[in-house]
Write a protein that binds this ligand. Sequence first.
Ligand code: HBI
Length: 101
Amino acid sequence: MAQKLTAGERESKLKPLLDDSWTMVDGRDAVKKTFLFKDFNEAWGWMSRVALRSEKLDHHPEWFNVYNKVEVTWSTHDCGGLSSKDIQMATFCDDTFKLFT
Ligand code: HBI
């Protein structure tokens, strides 16, 4: 069972994401970020990598894609908020995005 981030983890693990364009979702203990790509092909390539990693981690995104834009939200249903899995996947999103810029 995933554990919600502690106050200390929010300071040490969540804050770096919030400093890197992730934002809290209104009314939810969840983070979101919009990624812009050159075109749909690049967006899809990035989504494919994130999808494969989310399968491996058994932790899946809430996302919306239109053409070269992907909006992704992370939260953990099991604990009703942010867990370390969301930190892991958000970090993976940022690291993978670097391959496309
Ligand atoms: N993905 N984002 C997210 N949050 C979850 O809690 C979650 C998931 N993918 C699969 C999953 N939980 C399953 O492990 C549970 O639904 C059993």
